[in-house]
Design a protein around this ligand. Sequence first.
Ligand code: SIN
Length: 542
Amino acid sequence: MPSAIIVGSGIAGLFAAISCADAGWNVQIVTKSDPSDSSTNFAQGGIAGILDKTDGAGIESHIADTLKSGDGHCDEAVVRGIVEEAGDRIRDLLNIGVKFDEEEGGGFDLAKEGGHSSHRILHSKDATGAEIERALMQAIENNSNISLLPNHLVVDLILEDNETEIHDIVGIWCLDLDAEEMHTMAADAIILATGGAGQLYSHTTNPLVATADGAAMAIRAGAAVKDMAFIQFHPTALAAPSLTKAFLITEALRGHGAVLLDIETHQKWKAGSSTIAGGDIEDPSSLSFTLKHSPLGSLATRDIVARAIDSELKMSGRDFVYLATEHLAHDDLHKSFPMIAEYLKTIGLELGVDPLPVSPAAHYFVGGLEVDHVGRVRQKGIHHYMRRLFAIGEVACTGMHGANRLASNSLLEAVVYAHRAAKYVIENPPTEGEEVNAIDLPRWRADKLSTLREHGHLRHDREAIQATMTHDVGIVKRDYRLQRASRRLALLADEVDRIWQRCKPTRDLVELRNLILIAKEVCYASIAMKVNIGLHWNDDLI
Ligand code: SIN
């Protein structure tokens, strides 16, 4: 039986696993934590897509919105291909058992988010990702061709030791975090679905596992990357002073009518002050500072809204702006956003009653491993794809998102590429004598490595990376700050490398090694960008 290793357990990894297993492949899903720790599980908004393939106008408008949000940097053919495939893949999800909200009279209840010109987002209340994970995990549990290895952290990819120019990935070294043992695993196809890199920043909507592991291990194995300067900050992460971790307030809430206001304007609006336009007005949309940046106001694309908030915060010296929901129908709000309402209660806020303090947080890694239309990873320096290696979901850069991802397009891209990569793998099984075997692979060499005695400095180095990225390689960049960041990151990389050479790997150390590599890539890519486009904004380029 041919075998596939899938690294990561979000929508892309699980969907690809089911597809390969259904075709008779032996699949191992390797995930470094609990499967539910994926970014998918935290996705609130939903999956954008036109279900009816005959709805030409709907498809064209989804394509147009995606291209506009991508600020002229999308690969139009890729966008078209994905948007046209949306109906089929969403139906696959429905067949697997995903439940999207429906309207009372029939048909799906479609939401709208920033940059979308119409309602086209399928969702499950405000916890769509969790619903998708639930259904996919259930299908995995019922599939005897799939085994799931939680608490297993892939450290590096194994390259076939041959003289050929094209790198052949034949296995992984994987740290069993419970047994503290390194395993050598072989497979005929290795699919990276490891998600993003939100942990590069101090404030992120991503889970703790988002440490760019897949991108880093593939780069070390010779993979090419693309568009690394484009880090998407979600405009509205809850920023209550008591919170230690960012909590996402879905953009669908703004699609439902919530409005971003600076604190002074909010106070005046609540007081019914006549010093604000119109005085005593119900809906505060016309009062939003975001209108200075786009006529779409609070519902402009994320790059614009995040920068608008950033500028507001720099001018006011405050830590947050307000997201106002007080003008919206209370019961309807609570029915549509029950998870958010519940969470807000735990910190003493009531949806529809209290203004919500929000600020931008790192959310999505638009760049990543450069892949073709089936997720094959390009090798750096040559126009060939590495053998047996695939990347899907956030770790990959397909060209769909351009310089700024349109909201709710990521789950769609993930499921389309999971399907395509699995199909390619299934249709290209190893020929006789080509199968890989763990017995033939080199073992991880731990000789002479000592056990890390102190972990404190690993945490400090991680915090130093996050501080540097947040302050110097964040929403708005400057030349001198990028240069400063590149010097600091180079020093940190040296330190981390010293520890790596001496010590046995632990989760903290492996993640730190991955984070510093990707931080440098983002910083260098930002220095190299000489135009302001989408999510890359350098004040010195104006
Ligand atoms: C959101 O719900 O606002 C996030 C969805 C996304 O990032 O596409």
